[in-house]
Design a protein around this ligand. Structure first.
Ligand code: PGA
Length: 244
């Protein structure tokens, strides 16, 4: 496990979306039929608007993207506004025109959660592993829903959300009661197999987590530190997140 410093692209808050869109699009467009996972959350919303505005007409590329869920709440019925698959569809995949047949998403209502997680893990393995993983960073150092303590060898699975993550997610849905207690997540090992990883970090409230990610000990206590042993990670961060 050789440790390396990820590439850090520092930007002004106002340049964040443009920078992320430019770098991520260049990578997407360089691969014939890329297998990509995208995050939900507040951080990537401006990026998605840019991708749609600037590249939405390039249907030859969008029609060939293969998209797999990064994470998803457990127990929500189809059509529920909290489904991450629906959120990502509305913000990016629908306006960009990614065909439904190219979207492999968790079934939030699957009866057997272990089987459902294994289905996604196997699907990724059968399709040659991720080309690009775009990730956000939790204030507690999580990536996807790999909460503190997640093994670097973890695969796709059902997890219980930490109290910190549930209260951070309450801002999306207006109250803590609306945030499910369990979720699916791609595992740290699954994400580490991606050929290229982009970590998006914006805002002063993420500065402590980003500092631990870049400068603290490499440890499952800060799941994002797994990125320090990956050969191709680009951290796109604004100055506030970098504590500058
Ligand atoms: P945020 O969420 O983009 O809404 O800050 C990031 C995360 O928790 O992974």
């Amino acid at each position: 496990m050789r440790e390396r410093q990820p590439e850090i692209v520092e930007c002004d808050g106002k340049d964040f979306d443009e920078t992320a869109a430019r770098l991520i699009w260049a990578r997407i467009a360089s691969i014939p039929s890329p297998l990509v996972t995208f995050p939900t959350g507040s951080t990537p919303l401006g990026l998605y608007r840019r991708l749609v505005q600037e590249h939405g007409t390039k249907k030859n590329i969008w029609h060939n993207i293969r998209c797999v869920s990064l994470d998803e709440y457990i127990g929500l019925p189809p059509g529920d506004e909290r489904l991450f698959a629906r959120w990502l569809g509305r913000e990016l995949l629908d306006p960009a025109g990614v065909p439904q047949t190219n979207r492999t998403m968790f079934n939030s209502l699957a009866a057997d959660t272990a089987k459902e997680a294994a289905r996604i893990e196997q699907w990724i393995a059968q399709n040659g592993s991720l080309d690009i993983a775009v990730l956000g960073l939790g204030e507690n150092g999580h990536i996807a829903f790999n909460e503190p303590g997640s093994s670097f060898d973890s695969v796709t699975r059902a997890v219980r959300l930490s109290p910190e993550t549930r209260s951070a997610n309450a801002k999306y849905w207006g109250s803590l009661e609306k945030v499910p207690e369990e979720a699916y997540t791609l595992g740290l090992k699954t994400l580490s197999a991606a050929r290229q990883i982009f970590l998006l970090v914006s805002g002063a409230h993420k500065a402590a987590a980003l500092d631990s990610t870049l400068n603290g000990p490499v440890t499952p206590a800060v799941p994002a530190t797994v990125l320090r042993v990956h050969p191709r990670v680009t951290v796109i961060a604004d100055r506030a997140a970098l504590g500058r």
